[in-house]
Design a protein around this ligand. Structure first.
Ligand code: MG
Ligand code: NI
Length: 475
């Protein structure tokens, strides 16, 4: 059959570079759609030969979007590499910083990146369908969103000394205590932050009610789901075992981060620089799974904080207690996690141990190998280092959140393209839905490809004979 090709490059309102190619049939239907991740800088190779203790300050350079996640995962890997577990107060302070990152990253995604689609509509003129258009339409909401993000950033700044590329976690602990006045300042931000998320939840639920038909046909498919969990399978973002549940919600596996290579394999495809992780025992493609907010809230049984747990109960009822398969519910899950992170900030700050000066373990039991894992905003992040007896790194392996979701993003793009696109002339709003399928996962392509930056969008519609039929361009 003759096919046409539509290319969306790069996808907008995500972090980094990506390209979508849509292959059309002659009858105007979509044959298949593929997500390509373009750039690759080889950060893992670049780190070889460096000293393990440099990693908490080197790896945040991978990404201007989620430096804190790399900073903390690197410190955790280094703790293990030198056999110096961080004392409890240091663990609490690291988690506090991590919650700051979750709040600011998720807050930005919901209100600024996804918000324009949700509040203004997928089909709104793209000149208005952005954060400025949103601020114009609802200035009060925009202000709440800005303040929510600022709350998260302030936590990072207080602990890390600056808002980006923090200098805080070191092998064996952290290098700064939390002062009483700083703790009290953080606590004053709790209530307004909770109110901002509740406004977001109101928006989400109202939107879901009005767009139920879309939600139920927009990239809905089964997969496995992955998250770190507490010993009783509650949500855990900083520490804990890795839990993998299957499409039916039953536990497939629970394992310590250090043995991740026994459970996760990575597939290479020649059309993408980003590998495709999957659950080894089930093989490819049966063993594919999702991470990030939707993956986590499907992989855990409960949340330890009251407001977020109440929302999680509602979330899990959406599919009668079975995992929620709808890609657009990533947005709902993301809001629930902001609520969880704010409540964790409060719980951590109300625990007197957070002010302790016992923040660094100086005793070592050098092992030369360490795995650090945490739940970055976008999903499970692994840092795995091997070093020689002088502490020089001989091997570095990273599996980033967006990598775990590589299959899911491609699947979502294909599904949405087939559901919504009919040719030969494709409406902009339909292509925006394809982008939204990627955007829902909040991919950090800076991390996945280790390349920073954004380019304008170009969408080419190409006929089977190679003739350019249609070009859409956004700068
Ligand atoms: Mg890797
Ligand atoms: Ni990143």
């Amino acid at each position: 059959m003759m096919t046409q090709k539509i290319t969306i490059e790069p996808v907008t309102r995500i972090e980094g570079h990506a390209k979508v190619t849509i292959h059309m049939n002659d009858d105007g239907s979509v044959e298949r759609a593929v997500l390509h991740i373009n750039e690759f800088r080889g950060f893992e190779k670049f780190c070889e030969g460096r000293l393990y203790f440099e990693m908490p300050s080197i790896t945040p350079r991978i990404c201007g979007i989620c430096p804190v996640s790399h900073h903390l995962a690197a410190a955790k890997a280094a703790d293990e590499l030198i056999g110096a577990p961080a004392p409890r107060p240091a663990v609490m302070l690291r988690e506090l910083m991590h919650m700051g990152q979750i709040i600011q990253s998720h807050g930005m995604h919901f209100f600024e990146l996804a918000g324009p689609d949700l509040l203004l509509g997928f089909d709104t003129n793209p000149a208005q369908r952005n954060v400025l258009g949103l601020a114009g339409a609802n200035p009060a909401l925009a202000l709440k969103a800005v303040n929510l993000r600022k709350f998260g950033q302030e936590i990072i700044r207080i602990l890390g000394g600056r808002r980006i590329h923090p200098n805080f976690a070191v092998p064996g602990g952290v290098n700064k205590t939390l002062l009483l006045a700083e703790r009290d300042l953080i606590l004053t931000g709790i209530q307004p932050a909770i109110e901002a998320v509740q406004t977001g939840l109101g928006i989400m639920k109202d939107w879901a009610e009005r767009n139920a038909a879309d939600i139920n046909r927009f990239a809905v498919f089964p997969s496995g789901y992955m998250s770190l969990v507490t010993p009783d399978n509650g949500l855990e973002l900083y520490d804990g075992a890795v839990r993998l549940v299957g499409a039916s919600g039953l536990e497939l596996e629970k394992f310590p981060a250090s043995s991740y290579l026994d459970y996760i394999a990575e597939r290479v495809e020649n059309w993408s620089y980003l590998k495709f992780p999957y659950y080894k025992k089930m093989g490819w493609p049966a063993g594919v799974y999702r991470v990030g907010p939707l993956g986590r809230l499907n992989a855990v049984d409960h949340l330890s904080t009251p407001l977020a747990n109440a929302e999680h109960i509602i979330f899990r009822s959406l599919n009668g207690g079975l995992p929620v398969e709808n890609t657009l519910y990533y947005h709902y899950a993301r809001l629930i996690e902001i609520l969880f992170a704010i409540e964790r900030v409060q719980a951590l700050c109300e625990d007197g141990n957070i002010l302790s000066s016992d923040i660094l373990n100086t005793r070592k039991d050098y092992r030369g190998e360490g795995v650090g894992v945490l739940e970055a905003p976008r999903g499970t992040l692994f840092h795995h280092y091997k070093a020689d007896e002088n502490g020089r790194l001989t091997n570095v392996n990273l599996i980033v959140a967006t990598g775990h979701n590589n299959w899911a993003m491609t699947k979502a793009v294909d599904s949405v393209a087939k559901t919504y696109i009919t040719g030969p002339v494709v409406q902009e709003g339909m292509l925006n839905r394809v982008e939204a399928a990627v955007r829902a996962h909040d991919p950090c392509l800076s991390c996945s490809t280790h390349a920073v930056g954004q380019m304008p969008v170009q969408i080419d519609v190409i006929s089977a004979s190679g003739e350019l039929l249609q070009t859409l361009r956004r700068d």
